[in-house]
Design a protein around this ligand. Structure first.
Ligand code: UDX
Length: 486
């Protein structure tokens, strides 16, 4: 019966590229696998919605689900060109999250609890909420609406776990830091003993102030988090077994369904791997794919710092010198607005002109999954965002990590120390180190990283294959949503 979709899921991501990618994939999986019984309302902020409408293929991609899919917007007072206003200048995302994203969440809360979200024509009651774990107050909203809440934290489980251990770190005196030694071991995060140092904790933990507002916020959130009826993670069991076992003690109903971008290929679009669908908030430059076609196998280093991280002009120059002097080919994404202290971004310094022309390609935004899967790519210099990390693992590309904030410090440590599939450049940004690391990753040490990466890539493929852990967990999640088995 048309419009009789009794199960109605509201999905609310953080309005950032990584979380939006993940939640749209989840929306599509739910719609396509639930045999027309579930409808989905996907809600994000005005600025993110208008960028999605402008640059992605979301409209076409979801058209086949008809009225079962609806894209709604929460007012944030920002136009598409104001998106991330402020975050790109302060160089740290925590203020952005604590202000703009939380504001949007509060507005959604009001819309949900006062029933003012839907237009007159569509008053299907909400039967389940899937929200980013950042929106801790959704626990109360779901309770008020008497519907189950499932948190989907799209950051890494390692990053999430350190967030959840913040109250414990505070209690045991490891936070705020006492003394300046960033190499001191952290001992109060179960499952990470032995490799986690202070410098590997999320950036907001680097404080000596007992009244640090973000620490207080995270401490509050950490208490709410386990109260949701379920928790989705974009990872797979074989990747992080010891950590997940600790997380399951706190949140027993855990759905590990990653790597999600790979699972969607396995379940929904098995033959579309060449042209992955786009949820992009920036216009993609696809011409770089033709440039890659002309490069030898595994010869190109792909460079990107994701959707939110920024670099200073000084750091830009260190990157640039390191890249050119490494003699490697490179494809470098410079997202508009990602260089603070702007002015002459387009000018190639004279001494780097020849090397850049011969071996480099500068672009503003690319179809990253396709780029990483290209045979010419041999390494990834990344900010260690969780999606980028998983995309690199799926494509079998070793990494050099230059983490900036949130979970990225934890991720880069895990990449280098736990999985051994890359190098961690954390807290340094000088041309000599960059050149040396590129030469190691692309040359001297290539085989060492490749062998370990190959193992992870195979485990990732197994997890999303029929009968694999992520494959089965997704079926369980959809069943639980459909039959309200929380
Ligand atoms: C944010 C947080 O900063 C990060 O710490 C957290 O892990 C996820 O959310 P973000 O910068 O969005 O990170 O990084 P990431 O998670 O790696 O997501 C970036 C996404 O943008 C990836 O899916 C990547 O494929 C895509 N991308 C990036 C493009 O499509 N084109 C590009 O040119 C660059």
């Amino acid at each position: 019966m048309e419009n009789d979709h009794r199960t109605h899921v509201v999905i609310f991501p953080l309005p950032l590229q990584g979380p939006i990618n993940c939640m749209l994939s989840l929306a599509e999986l739910i719609l396509s696998l639930s045999q027309a019984t579930i409808s989905v309302t996907f809600i994000t902020t005005d600025a993110a919605t208008s960028r999605l409408t402008r640059h992605s293929d979301v409209g076409a991609r979801f058209a086949k689900y008809g009225p079962r899919f609806s894209l709604q917007s929460v007012p944030d007072g920002l136009g598409p060109d104001d998106y991330l206003r402020g975050a790109d200048q302060i160089g740290d995302v925590t203020d952005y999250l604590a202000t703009q994203a939380l504001d949007a969440g509060s507005r959604l809360r009001a819309m949900l609890t006062h029933g003012s979200l839907w237009g007159q024509s569509d008053r299907r009651p909400v039967t389940c909420i899937i929200a980013d774990g950042f929106f801790w107050f959704m626990v109360d909203v779901a309770k008020e609406l008497r519907v189950p809440l499932v948190y989907f934290d799209t950051i890494s489980p390692g990053g999430l776990w350190t967030f959840l251990c913040v109250p414990r770190m505070v209690q045991l005196g490891e936070l705020p830091f006492r003394g300046n030694d960033l190499d001191a071991q952290v001992t109060s995060v179960p499952g990470m003993e032995g490799y986690l140092r202070r410098r590997d904790l999320p950036s907001f933990c680097r404080t000596y102030d007992p009244n640090n507002q973000f620490i207080l916020h995270i401490s509050k959130e950490a208490v709410y988090y386990p109260r949701a009826q379920g928790h989705i993670l974009n990872t797979f069991d074989d990747l992080e077994a010891p950590l997940l076992s600790h997380m399951r003690d706190l949140c027993p109903n855990l759905y590990t369904i990653g790597p999600l971008h790979s699972l969607i290929r396995a379940k929904v679009e098995p033959i579309a791997s060449k042209n992955a669908s786009s949820s992009s908030l920036w216009e993609e430059d696809r011409s770089c794919l033709a440039w890659l076609d002309a490069q030898p196998s595994k010869s190109v280093l792909y460079v990107s710092i994701g959707s939110l991280a920024v670099m200073t002009r000084h750091q830009l120059m260190e990157f640039w010198h390191g890249l050119v002097h490494s003699k490697s080919q490179f494809l470098w994404v410079r997202r508009p607005g990602s260089i603070i202290e702007t002015g002459h971004d387009d000018e190639v310094p004279m001494e780097l002109e020849e090397g850049t022309r011969e071996r480099g390609r500068l672009v503003s935004w690319v179809p990253q999954e396709e780029v990483l899967a290209h045979q010419a790519i041999g390494g990834f210099l990344t900010h260690s965002g969780w999606n980028s990390t998983l995309e690199s693992i799926v494509a079998g590309v070793p990494m050099i990590c230059w983490p900036c904030f949130v979970d990225q410090q934890v991720n880069s440590r895990t990449v280098s120390e736990v999985w051994g599939v890359g190098l961690d450049m954390k807290d340094t940004c000088d041309r000599v180190t960059i050149e040396k690391m590129i030469r190691e990753l692309m040359g001297d040490q290539r085989e060492r990283f490749a062998a370990k990466m190959d193992n992870l890539t195979k485990l990732a493929a197994k997890a999303v294959d029929k009968g694999g852990t992520s494959y089965c967990n997704l079926d369980r999640l959809i069943d639980d949503i459909q039959f309200n088995r929380f």
